[in-house]
Design a protein around this ligand. Structure first.
Ligand code: NDP
Length: 372
């Protein structure tokens, strides 16, 4: 049996372990204790060895059904360090020029794209053409057209396209959705999503339109876009939005600083959301219905997610989101498992259509009708 000390030793004094509180470690340890898995392992090549890939790779030490099996990077020194850390042979390492050759590598089942948003489209299509399953970070692309092209390319190649929607497996989130489906909130009337943080270094790719595809909406606002859909449980039919820009030097043309947006749903519910790169302490969901409510804060961070409803505190365990996500992705790829909320390319295209509509509403000042 794993002890807490074993767990910490296994993880090492990494960024991840330093951020875990003791209660969280125990919960993660429990997850790791699900024994005796002897099914296939999803062998994943990570593309883009940056900060989120680091978190994913560390979390995958706790996946039962997926492991890091390959590396794709533009930085040779990172390849060396990661090879040593994850015991990856030379034959499973690539750069951005030669990774199409992964086609001939029987050691890799899927490529997980964790590069800047603006690169996902081209990289995903190349991975699909190489015959490997595509796992892609959010936002899947920088607009719905590119997203649809990725869906089509994967379909044509006969590979799966999955997106890193880690919240779709988060226990407290799923409990709120269960309650909603059971009618415990009554008719859903209102959702509020607040997603934001104060962004630092003005030279980073997140503030470069070509690499990011936009600003806060693409990076953090997408959590409220996606959250509005899974919390309300319907697809929006109209969008309105307003932009505020206080620092046009840092947030250049096409890079949004703060956007407020509203969605209307067919059942009559409305969502009111805020996406920003200019304020901290914004990670909150509120769902209100005729008979009750749910409030979550933090609602989409790495956890622990905290929340309560009109019935009391949400007490579901904390999980390491990325470890659970990778196990579930293995189940989807190998066993065609249906996730509680979809995580496929079509789901991502819906978010991108809404983000396109938010930008259009900002540009025109008009209400934009959408059909997802
Ligand atoms: P980082 O900047 O930390 O890492 C991106 C990596 O991509 C780089 O380290 C680099 O790796 C590679 N890369 C390739 N080309 C470029 C380029 N032109 N400029 C910069 N980097 C390049 O970003 P993140 O890890 O934070 O984000 C990556 C993706 O993950 C984004 O799509 C982001 O939205 C998503 N993300 C998702 C999160 C989630 O919770 N689901 C959380 C955080 C990010 P190398 O040197 O190996 O080539």
């Amino acid at each position: 049996m794993n002890t807490r000390r074993d767990f910490i030793q296994k993880l090492g004094l990494t960024a991840l372990s330093l951020q875990l509180k003791p209660a969280v470690i125990w919960a993660a340890d429990l997850h790791n204790d699900e024994k005796n898995y002897d099914g296939p392992m999803l062998r994943v090549a990570l593309m883009g060895l940056g900060s989120y890939a680091t978190r994913v790779a560390e979390a995958m030490a706790y996946s039962k059904k997926a492991k890091v099996a390959g590396l794709i990077s533009g930085t040779p020194s990172k390849i060396k360090t990661w090879q040593n850390r994850y015991k990856i042979p030379d034959k499973n390492c690539y750069n951005y020029d030669n990774f199409d050759a992964i086609k001939n590598n029987p050691d890799i089942d899927a490529v997980y794209i964790i590069t800047p948003n603006g690169l996902h489209h081209n990289q995903a299509i190349r991975v699909a053409k190489a015959g490997k399953h595509v796992i892609c970070e959010k936002p899947m692309a920088v607009n719905a057209k590119e997203g649809q092209e990725m869906v089509d390319a994967c379909k044509q190649a006969g590979v799966q396209l999955l997106v890193g929607y880690r919240m779709h497996f988060e226990p407290k989130t799923l409990e709120v959705i269960r309650m909603r489906n059971a009618g415990e909130f009554g008719k859903v009337l209102f959702f509020q999503g607040l997603s934001g943080f104060e962004i630092g270094d003005p030279s980073q790719w997140r503030l470069n339109k070509k690499l990011s595809g936009g600003g806060s909406m693409m990076d953090i606002g997408i959590y409220s876009v996606n959250g509005a859909r899974y919390m309300v449980g319907e697809e929006p039919v109209w969008v309105t939005a307003q932009e505020t820009k206080n620092n046009p030097v840092k947030f250049k043309e096409g890079v949004d600083e703060t956007i407020q947006f509203q969605f209307g749903f067919p059942g009559g519910a409305v969502a009111s959301c805020l996406s920003t790169y200019a304020m901290n302490n914004l990670d909150k969901f509120f769902l209100n219905g005729e008979k009750g409510f749910a409030e979550m804060q933090p609602s989409t961070g790495y956890g622990p997610i905290m929340g309560h409803t009109h019935k009391g505190e949400l007490t579901q365990p904390h999980t390491i989101h990325q470890a659970v996500q990778m196990d579930e992705m293995a189940e989807i790829i190998f066993n065609n498992k249906k996730p509680p909320i979809p995580i496929d390319g079509n789901e991502a295209v819906k978010d991108l259509k809404l983000i396109d509509a938010v930008y259009e509403a900002v540009r025109t000042g008009k209400r934009v009708e959408v059909r997802l």
